[in-house]
Every structure is written in C-alpha cells, then in structure tokens.
Design a protein around this ligand. Sequence first.
Ligand SMILES: Nc1ncnc2c1ncn2[C@@H]1O[C@H](COP(=O)(O)OP(=O)(O)OP(=O)(O)O)[C@@H](O)[C@H]1O
Ligand SMILES: [Mg+2]
Length: 254
Amino acid sequence: MALIEIHNVHKKFGNQEVLRGINLSINKGETLAIIGNSGCGKSVLIKHLIGLLQPDLGEIFIDDKNIKDLDRKNLESVRRKFAMVFQGAALFDSLNVYENVSFGLRRIEKDLSETRLKQKVAEVLDIVGMPDTEHKMPSELSGGMRKRVGLARAVAMNPEILLYDEPTTGLDPIMSRVIDDLIVKMKNIFNVTSIVVTHDMVSVFRMSDRVVMVDKGKIIEGGKPEDLSKIDNDVLQKFFRSSINENLSVDNIG
Ligand SMILES: Nc1ncnc2c1ncn2[C@@H]1O[C@H](COP(=O)(O)OP(=O)(O)OP(=O)(O)O)[C@@H](O)[C@H]1O
Ligand SMILES: [Mg+2]
C-alpha cells in the first residue's frame, strides 16, 4: 500500500459538491503536484489529509491506517507526520521569526530546552536560506521570505509528509525558483513525501515527480510532468497555456 491512499472521497458544503469521488495514492518519498483551476477543491482536498476536514463519504489511509478509525491519541500521532506550508504563509504577525518558527515545536516537545530550541530554529532558518533573521517581524519580510519562514516552521517539526498550498503564487520568478529548489532539497535531505498544490506549471516541471489535475471535484489526468503536455485534454491544455502565459507576463515585468 502507498503511504497515503485516498479512496472515493466526497465533500459537500451546503449543496455545493466540491469533491466528487477523489481517488489518489501517494508513495513514500515522492513529490506530487496537484493542479487545477481556482475553486476546484485543491485546498479542501489537502485539508482532509491533516484532519482539518472530514469526508462525507470515502476513506483516507495514512500508513495503512484508516484515519476515520483512529482514537484521539493515534490520530494525533498520524497528524504529527504532517506539516503544512499554508497558502499565504500564515505567520503570526505579532510574533517574530524565532517565535513563529518555534511555535509548534514548543507545543509538541514540552521538555525541549531553550538552548536546543534556539539551535533547532537556527538550523531550519539556515536550510531555507534565512540565517540570523530570528529577531525580524513578519511585516519586515518580503513575500518570498515569509514563505520561507513558513517552510522553516514546518520543517522544524521533522515531518514525514510536507503539504504545500500554492508555495510560489504571488512570487517573482527568482523567488519561485528558490522555493522550488527548497522543495527538492527537502526531499533530498530529509526524504520527505511532498504534496504541492499549485497553479504554476514552471514550478511543476521543476519540483515534481508526478502531477495530477483536479477538475469538477475529480482527478481527471495524471502522470509525469513531461508526459502530461502530450495528453489530449482541453481542460488540461487550457490550464497549461494560461499558466505559461502568466509566467511569461511576470518575466516581462521583472
Ligand atoms: N469551509 C468551507 N465552507 C464552505 N465552503 C468552502 C469551505 N472551504 C472551501 N469551500 C468552497 O469549496 C470550493 C473549493 O475551495 P478550495 O479552497 O479547495 O479551492 P482551491 O482549488 O484551493 O482554489 P484556489 O486555487 O483559488 O486556492 C470553493 O468554492 C470554496 O468556496
Ligand atoms: Mg487553494
């Protein structure tokens, strides 16, 4: 069995059917990109993996465990395998970088000494290319720096699985490349499994091993990035073109 198995997941909000039978397996150590137009349910899908949302129908298995069957304690230990880099970084604006990065760690490892915590924060800030920024406030950081602090905070938790929601959206091409390189680096140094929700095809080619497209609540296509461009599917091809155009226009401005 794969590390993550999603079987026939359905989710409605009111009478809006957002997920309409999602089936997906994700193997350990792979980097999977999830693409799809705005509002198609990408964020909703990944929120199911960390238990922020529960399916109306269908099952999710993590490490062969059906998360629906787990008691609180076991659910908590499954959740600890995950860390999420949220759409828009989601830093606490009133806390500095050090406090933001150490926030989750402090909560789960209550007997960690302040010295060890400082070392750990320095280590992860270094990995994301932001050494010695502990004292900075989020308002002093650029969008790309905020995303990297969000990533440092996630990595500090030693996750087995990293979820990224639109990590390069709103960033210039240079910063997008920095983030893509970091996604690859996380896989190479920590052997994490990564799931990356994105609109950005350039990024998909750079960082993913496999890509699936969501449309109208279902996965309509999937494959290696280089093979996907050959698939004869209008929704997919239109998505490709608009993403490439977006990138070209950003390049022209920059
Ligand atoms: N908690 C919620 N309650 C009600 N509706 C929701 C909730 N979360 C999401 N939705 C709706 O579900 C649909 C899918 O939302 P989702 O955030 O997954 O889209 P997305 O594919 O991530 O889009 P984007 O690319 O713009 O981030 C949207 O119509 C949204 O309004
Ligand atoms: Mg989203």
